[in-house]
Write a protein that binds this ligand. Structure first.
Ligand code: HEC
Length: 476
């Protein structure tokens, strides 16, 4: 970082000299006549990182499938992608790239080269380029049903809700819906989307203007009685929360979650908000199943680290920090990091403290328009021994620089509304027995070829050979 380079390019007879902060986009730097073009350089970036949202009938208000659609947004793309992990960034993925674990599943974030390429392209008149360079389309309008998890095996629809044009936020149960399953099925992945009657072109520029469900907590139950109160823990599966802007949940292959025969979805608490226009909306729950006969062999756990009761957020003040600690009661493989704060939140970090080892696992920016869950790649997921202290740090900014804050003059305590505060990591994990924990670490050492001198972020005991595995670790 920090090297400056210049590149020039010829456009309509003019030679434009561009300065960019390194690492420069290699394509732009390599040759004078080598412009950054839509067809060759930009389209592949959009296909990988943008189009699943920016296409008709997905979450974004504008489609980026064709050059004609993309061209007017070139400058805005430069601005939004340059925000990297700050509020308003595109794609909305806020993991910091200079600290902590760097390997995640389904990571749409852009490299420095790609960010530079978009900037050079926008600054040079957003040229189309040679049509022959265009890669085959990733999405074809009308041919794709838009689910990130692939074609679902079961789609369940919630009752339709009407939310008034203006009014206070509502929290309420929205119904109990039968799954219709006649045999137990284990779920590999679940994805939820809101379907509403807000016209694309009349929605505001924010995610909140396009949706009325802020979030929904739900679970599935085997009906023993017609009353939701009769649901018992033994017959209940708790599912990850639905939140606006949240991604799909793909569970680890050995930790599928049961959706039982004869069960119902209990849509316990929906947080609904008005958006200036009377809106009818429902949710669709898409499940992908493991084959019949599949059985999971590890326990999936919802991890809650955080604090709510004594939050005190001062008005018009940057750099406010919140801290929370939790001691792991079991060996744990952390599958996901899911920062959850409200409007003042701008960043969250998760640390693991084991003896004298203090490691930052992940820091991510936060934009309350986007509640994201970051899923660690298999060989990067933290493997933490029982007794590890998880330390969560939240960063708040109530100055006007944080445009999510409605009124910087207000003090804020803990609470459910977005103008009040939360401070939680809603991540998911696997609870491991001693044997499972040792096996996971042994497998990781082998796959990554670790020696006893290699320190792996998130696996403080990885380089400690267990007696049962002595000899499994190569010496330096
Ligand atoms: C997870 C879904 C999602 C992804 C992925 C995504 N966007 Fe967006 N984008 C949105 C939504 C929703 C909005 C409207 C809300 C907003 O402006 O923040 C938006 C807005 C924008 C805007 C703002 C237009 C304006 O009003 O100025 C630009 C530019 C943009 N996106 C570019 C991109 C680019 C470039 C990528 C890929 C590198 C990308 N987006 C990836 C959902 C997404």
């Amino acid at each position: 970082m920090g090297i400056r380079c210049r590149s020039s390019m010829r456009l309509a007879g003019l030679t434009i000299v561009l300065g960019c902060v390194s690492p420069c986009f290699a394509g732009a730097a390599s040759a004078v006549a080598d412009e950054v073009t839509f067809t060759r350089d930009i389209a592949p970036i959009l296909q990988r990182s943008c189009q699943h949202c920016h296409r008709p009938d997905s979450v974004a208000p504008m489609s980026f499938l064709t050059y004609e659609e993309v061209r007017p947004w070139a400058r805005a793309m430069k601005t939004r992608t340059a925000l990297r992990n700050k509020r308003g960034a595109m794609p909305p993925w806020f993991v910091e790239k200079d600290i902590g674990i760097q390997h995640f599943k389904d990571d749409p974030s852009l490299s420095e080269d790609e960010i530079a390429a978009i900037a050079v392209w926008a600054d040079s008149g957003a040229p189309r380029g040679n049509p022959a360079d265009l890669p085959p389309p990733r999405f074809v309008v009308g041919e794709d049903d838009g689910w990130r998890i692939g074609t679902p095996d079961l789609i369940i629809r919630s009752p339709e809700i009407t939310v008034r044009a203006t009014g206070a936020d509502r929290w309420e149960p929205i119904g109990v819906v039968p799954t219709g399953l006649t045999q137990d099925r284990y779920v590999e992945a679940v994805e939820i989307r809101e379907v509403n009657d807000i016209p694309k072109d009349s929605a505001g520029g924010t995610v909140g203007g396009r949706f009325v469900f802020h979030h929904l907590n739900y679970s599935s139950h085997v009906m023993e009685d017609e009353q939701p109160e009769a649901f018992t823990a033994e017959t209940t599966t708790v599912w990850p929360v639905h939140e606006v802007g949240r991604n799909a949940d793909i569970f680890p292959a050995d930790a599928g979650r049961i959706l039982a025969a004869g069960s119902v979805l209990n849509l316990e608490t929906a947080h609904l908000h008005s958006n200036g226009r009377e809106t009818k909306a429902h949710l669709e729950f898409a499940f992908k199943f493991h084959p019949v006969g599949y059985r999971p062999n590890v326990e999936w756990v919802r991890r809650f680290t955080g604090n709510g009761v004594d939050i005190s957020i001062k008005p018009t003040l940057a750099d406010q920090e919140l801290h929370a600690y939790a001691v792991l009661q079991q060996h744990t493989k952390i599958l996901t990091f899911e920062p959850h704060m409200h409007a003042p939140g701008i960043r969250m970090c998760l640390e693991a403290i084991w003896g004298a080892s203090v490691q930052t696992l992940t820091c991510a920016g936060y934009d309350h328009n986007w509640v994201r869950s970051y899923v660690y790649a298999d060989d990067a997921a933290p493997l933490l021994p029982e007794g590890t202290i998880l330390h969560l740090i939240g960063y708040m900014d109530t100055t006007p620089a944080n445009r999510n804050v409605a009124d910087p003059r207000n003090w804020g305590g803990g609470g459910r509304r977005s103008v009040a505060n939360m401070f939680i990591d809603l991540g998911e994990g696997l609870a491991l027995s001693d044997a499972e924990f040792e096996r996971e670490m042994g497998d990781r050492r082998k796959r990554l070829g670790l020696t006893k001198n290699d320190v792996v972020i998130g696996c403080p005991l990885c380089q400690v050979p267990f007696p049962s595995q002595a000899g499994a670790v190569a010496g330096p």
